[in-house]
Design a protein around this ligand. Sequence first.
Ligand SMILES: [Zn+2]
Length: 496
Amino acid sequence: MLAIGIDAAEPSLVRRLIDRRELPFLGALLAQGRYGRVLSAAHIGSGAVWPTFLTGSSPFLHGICSIWPWRPETMGASRVTCNALVPFWKAVAMRGHAVGVLDVPFAPPVGLRTGIEITNWGAHDWLEGRTEVSPPALRVLVRDGSGLHPFASGAVDAAGPHDCEGLARVRSLCLAGVRQRGALAARMLAEVPLDLLLVVFTEVHRASHLLWHTIDPTHLAHLREGAGASPAVTGGLLDIYREVDQQVGRLLEAVGSDTTVLVFSLHGMRAHEGIPTILDPLLRSLGLASVKRWEALSWPARARQVFRAVKQRIPPSLKRLYYRLVSRSLMVRIAQPTLMPAYDWSRTIAFPLPTDQHGWIRLNLVGREAQGILDPGEYQAVCSNLEGVLRGLRATDGSRVVRDVLRIARETGGSPPQHLPDLIIHWDDAASASPLRLRTPIISARPIGTKFTGQHAPEGFFILRPGPGARGVINPGGSIAAEDLHQILLGTLEGG
Ligand SMILES: [Zn+2]
């Protein structure tokens, strides 16, 4: 069984490229198999999709939706740790199957004794710790076979659509990463006897966030920067999809035609103009959040606030330099203390959490937050009022700002979530206006993250070429939930 994840590959783009015969190996696979939609947890947050897949459980159970989760015990956000997650392949290996795993995002090492497991080698979201190989005797496979992945050796990033030099570098390093990953996976197949190989290409994810405008003629950055960019930039994202297809072809040849093959993504990608930051001024103007006065801040907290303000005003030329020179571990350390304003918890009932996409609001609940002030008896009423306010938000030109509001407690049957946000806001396109000006209350805010021209879309896809014994849990409509995707792998392994 061969399972290949293409992280954040957009289903509509994959289909379009297959129809144009630009992805010959995926096209041939589709001709022998079937196609379907993957319904993922992306509506909760992009950080939820891989934990959902690898544990086979919903975000309400595993509690992860962000790489900067909120810690109620310390009243702060810090880098995610995934060591408590138990990937489904641990049980598969314990039942005697030889499993190979290469770089499943958010997957902790489980210490496989047979097969091979490589974690944190070329991850898009770098987690704490180094590349781990298990069993350790197989480290030589990584060291001599493919070496350091570009994502591990430095920041593969750009300052935005205007940074043509940075984007051309992102393209070439992502292409190199795809080739190295294909070579490493092929070596795993050649040198380790395996019943299942699960490999995830992470490079499409990185490239899609930064290069999406190059394939979307309606994107503002496409209109502004597209015409003047070099071919290396304008064709960059498609080159990376084509290279992944070539590497898929290489692995298909290595496993032969009687192997069951699953190619999938858990979420997709679409155009994006920036992450709205209106929640902080909104909650403050509603009297639900307060920040500490400058005099009340400790000196380290003052330094963090100054640093936060400076970081938001760095000129583009310096940003370009920053993304080229700063290591990814330093980038993580710099990001951490500047994620949130210094809220005065004694006067804050609701506050926004750091996010890369949706709006996330957490309530300062007594008994759950270390410095909670909201009585649990008022929880539902505050959620309802907030939902009403959010759904009614209009920009000064009358356009709708919020498309939908999810209340996690309602989804899970009443009790407030332990780790997830209490409210999840799906923004309308108008929310990314720079600046976004609200009609009432009269406040405005500029979006952040405008260097990213691609943002996650909620659906993924799968192509399944069944071999003997493949059983599935695919719905009659051809869709499958991300938490059930591994059942296809189990059905094949245990039925075949
Ligand atoms: Zn992403």
